[in-house]
Design a protein around this ligand. Structure first.
Ligand SMILES: Cc1cc2nc3c(=O)[nH]c(=O)nc-3n(C[C@H](O)[C@H](O)[C@H](O)COP(=O)(O)OP(=O)(O)OC[C@H]3O[C@@H](n4cnc5c(N)ncnc54)[C@H](O)[C@@H]3O)c2cc1C
Length: 812
């Protein structure tokens, strides 16, 4: 009985100490006090005292003496670690080193500091940025006719090209001192999003020079001469840039490119003996390539004559070349799923350029991959999330109105539960996407270059965009299928796979990059251990490894305890913040963060270097990490928007859906764990009472879908930032107007329907019935006008385009 008391006391004490992550010293002091107490206690069996003294001496003495600890524990672990450590290639190392650790680090910590998240400033545009969006961006949107671009011209019309160049759209990231707009990441994202809501082709054209284009590389790595020459020309649109990395043999594995540059002396612009590079390459899929005047080129540099240094294989290098240089062939153009932005192949045969063409000059030779990775992390955070969120917002705004206007079985189709389910997904995913888009852009504006988060948003927002557009297509039925100027969804449905493929195809991003890069960079101890294990100074390596390892071991123990306690208390013991509705979600996310941190560690222990090949294991952990980030973004957005009551369904939907996904990803992972005993143990620790998070309920779906079905402040906030034309001749302008008019007529239509059912008026066709309802006194003159207006505008909205049956034959 007495022993049971002491066992419970020590278990409770250590649960608390491990939960709060008390230091080793604190834990040792607690054990010592415990020893003193049992020795003082008269009833305690003496053998129990001896057992405790032995345990104390065996555990706490070696743990607190670093030299002893290294000798009997950590040096042994270090030798196993060195054997099992996966080899990291130089290109992988460059990807790992690129960018900064941001919220990914908090999520890997098992105990994120939510106050820090909420204290990030509310992202806002400057006056100048807002004026640009209200001015040139709106004007550009009004000029754009996507049907003309994609179907008639298969290109932007000249006036649009000229406007984009003249107003500085290509120079959004270029500082003012070079003539650029010097916009924040948020402004850049807002511009791309608005333009994309009008035309994806125009948005991609604007986007590329501002993301992985030469400007970004020049700003970071260019020599002063290069910046002074190129940046003003790019900002003014005098030069059109492209960046060529991908080739026929080097797609996802772009670092394996066969394109070469040989350092040599040659003739350039009449000058002989110029130190330079002779280039040979074959590239494809290069956006703006067909019209570019400056080509950014990635190639592998060799220096066989050692004109630059000792190394023969110098490594991946980047150069800027005028496209009219002798030996360059700009090929035809590709035809990317009916989009009209210009993309195509190009080749170079023995193209000689001076060494000054290398971005950053000869100091930067061989650093190309690292330079690309650095720029990729920032670019991926902005442009593709903006593009896909734009598709989601446009779909939400359009299809919500359509579902209210379009009637079948005498009901707006949006009122059928089946359609409501799809509408809820559309609104929920859009809110999640927009929240993550804004938070990530805000992070970049705070000076972060969030490599892992950029991969998370690129992958997840484009995938959510695909789901949104798929649902919207289903709801629109035949109207989404038949192409024509009235169809707003068809083109975005076609273009979604483009954003999924570019800047690293999503399967690769999900399976390899997010967790693979995240665990090394975001984990609080792993990188320290890896670096210590690689340290050539054995003594220093051993000391550093020991320090990291002991912290790591405590981290795992703490996460076991935290995961279990948080699970059995329904996260109620978690330290939380936020408003009354959001605080519980922060608490649940803390629980899932501990569970995720523990699962990451156990998975690494189980799989070691094999984790690199176990892509599906890595992908599930990537999903868990991604959905924690998405949920955190949703809460931040809700709080930043001023805790709006009408946004509550969106908060609940986004958080519940995300938590459910985190849970399912971990469950799926355990189902596929290589070791069944560990899998069961993990489930017992993390989900002791089974699945605790549920998918959003039908009732919540109903409330979320409702937001899309009528004009409201919440609907406006959800779809804020897209272009809404005023004219009724435009499909979105027309449907906006129709939504108000159709809602105004709904009660009148109900009255008419009741009269039809009761036999007061005969069943007939639209206008006749309304006429009869007026004649019979069912409705008055005013109601008649409202009903007729609604009927006519409904007819306009549901119309689809048709063309002369020999139109295409005639065009041939
Ligand atoms: C319209 C368009 C514009 C583009 N613009 C540019 C540009 O301006 N500049 C530029 O340099 N490039 C550009 N790209 C190229 C783009 O970045 C590549 O298409 C992309 O990196 C994928 O390469 P790939 O198409 O050769 O596919 P592949 O490499 O053949 O991949 C095919 C599939 O295999 C998957 N896969 C490959 N390896 C793995 C792995 N290890 N694990 C799991 N899955 C894997 C991929 O995820 C993908 O789903 C553009 C592409 C398109 C379509």
């Amino acid at each position: 009985m007495v022993i049971a008391f002491w066992i419970i006391l020590i278990a409770v004490t250590y649960s608390i100490l491990l939960y709060i992550r008390a230091s080793l010293l604190f834990n040792t002091a607690a054990a010592f006090i415990y020893l003193v107490l049992i020795m003082q206690w008269s009833d305690v069996d003496v053998s129990w005292i001896y057992i405790n003294i032995i345990i104390f001496l065996l555990i706490f003495i070696p743990l607190n003496i670093p030299a002893l600890r290294r000798l009997i524990i950590s040096n042994y672990v270090l030798s196993v670690y060195r054997k099992k450590m996966p080899s990291i290639s130089s290109t992988e190392q460059a990807a790992i080193d690129a960018g900064t650790v941001w919220w990914d680090g908090e999520l890997f910590s098992g105990n994120p500091d939510w106050k820090k998240l909420l204290s990030l400033p509310v992202p806002r545009l400057s006056e100048k940025e807002q004026a640009f969006i209200n001015g040139p961006v709106e004007e550009l949107c009004r000029m754009i006719d996507d049907w003309q671009i994609t179907q008639v011209l298969q290109d932007l019309p000249d006036n649009v090209w000229n406007f984009i160049k003249a107003k500085g759209f290509f120079g959004m990231i270029i500082p003012e001192k070079y003539g650029g707009l010097e916009f924040s990441a948020l402004a850049h994202s807002e511009v791309v999003m608005k333009v994309a809501s009008r035309s994806v082709s125009a948005a991609v054209t604007v986007m590329v020079p501002n993301s992985l284009g030469p400007a970004e590389l020049l700003l970071r790595y260019g020599t002063e001469e290069q910046k002074d020459y190129y940046l003003p020309r790019l900002a003014r649109g005098e030069d059109v840039p492209c960046f060529a990395l991908t080739g026929p043999e080097a797609g996802s594995d772009a670092a394996s490119m066969p394109d070469t540059g040989i350092v040599c002396k040659g003739e350039f612009k009449g000058k002989k003996d110029v130190l330079g590079v002779r280039l040979n390459w074959e590239k494809r899929y290069i956006t703006l390539g067909p019209v570019a005047t400056i080509l950014g080129l990635a190639f592998r540099l060799y220096d066989p004559e050692h004109l630059l240094g000792d190394k023969e294989d110098v490594g991946i290098t980047l150069a800027l070349i005028h496209t009219d240089t002798a030996g360059i062939t700009i090929g035809n153009r590709h035809y990317p799923l009916d989009s009209a932005f210009l993309v195509g192949p190009n080749w170079g045969k023995d193209v000689f350029v001076p060494i000054e063409s290398i971005i950053g000059g000869s100091d930067r030779v061989g650093q190309g991959w690292r330079m690309l990775m650095d720029c990729l992390s920032e670019g991926r955070s902005i442009s593709l999330p903006a593009l896909s969120t734009s598709s989601s917002k446009l779909s939400s705004r359009f299809i919500g109105a359509y579902a209210r206007i379009r009637k079948q079985f005498n009901m707006p189709i949006g009122r059928f539960e089946g359609v409501e389910e799809a509408l809820a997904r559309i609104a929920g995913y859009t809110f999640m996407s927009d929240s993550a888009r804004i938070l990530t852009a805000a992070g970049v504006d705070q000076g972060e270059e969030p490599a892992v988060i950029s991969a998370i948003v690129k992958y997840n927002l484009t995938e959510l965009g695909r789901k949104v557009v798929n649902d919207a297509m289903d709801i629109s039925g035949g109207a989404g299928i038949c192409m024509g100027p009235r169809n707003l969804l068809g083109r975005i449905y076609q273009s979604i796979p483009i954003s999924i493929t570019v800047e690293g195809a999503n399967i690769l991003t999900r399976n390899m990059i997010v967790f693979g890069q995240g665990i090394i960079r975001g984990h609080p101890y792993l990188l320290k251990e890896v670096n210590a294990a690689k340290d050539e100074d054995q003594q220093r390596g051993s000391r550093e490894f020991d320090r990291a390892f002991i912290g790591h071991a405590g981290f795992i123990l703490s996460n076991i305890v935290r995961s279990f306690l948080l699970a059995i208390t329904g996260s109620r013991i978690a330290k939380t913040t936020g408003s009354s509705h959001s605080s519980i979600y922060f608490a649940h996310l803390t629980r899932m963060s501990s569970a995720f941190a523990l699962t990451s560690d156990i998975t690494m222990i189980l799989l070691g270097s094999a984790l690199k090949r176990k892509e599906r294991i890595s992908a599930r952990l990537a999903d868990a990490l991604s959905y924690m980030y998405l949920a955190a973004s949703v809460i931040k957005r809700y709080e930043d928007n001023g805790v709006q009551n009408s946004d509550l369904p969106l908060l609940h939907w986004g958080c519940r859906y995300s938590l459910f996904q985190v849970q399912e990803s971990l469950y799926d992972l355990f189902e596929n764990y290589p070791n069944r005993i560990v899998a069961r143990l993990m489930k017992c620790i993390i989900f002791p009472s089974g699945r605790s998070f549920k998918h959003p309920s039908d009732q919540l779906d109903h409330r979320v879908a409702d937001i899309l079905l009528a004009p409201s402040a919440s609907r406006d906030r959800l779809t804020d930032g897209i272009f809404i034309p005023e004219s009724n001749d435009e499909p979105l302008g027309r449907i906006e107007d129709a939504l108000v008019k159709v809602i105004a007529a709904e009660d009148i239509e109900k009255k008419i329907l009741q009269s039809v059912k009761s036999g007061t008026i005969k069943k007939g066709l639209g206008e006749d019935v309304i006429e009869e309802a007026l004649q019979s006194g069912t409705i008055n003159e005013d109601e008649y006008k409202i009903a007729i207006t609604a009927m006519n505008i409904r007819k306009e909205v549901i119309k689809v385009d048709d063309f002369p049956k020999d139109r295409w034959r005639r065009e041939k």
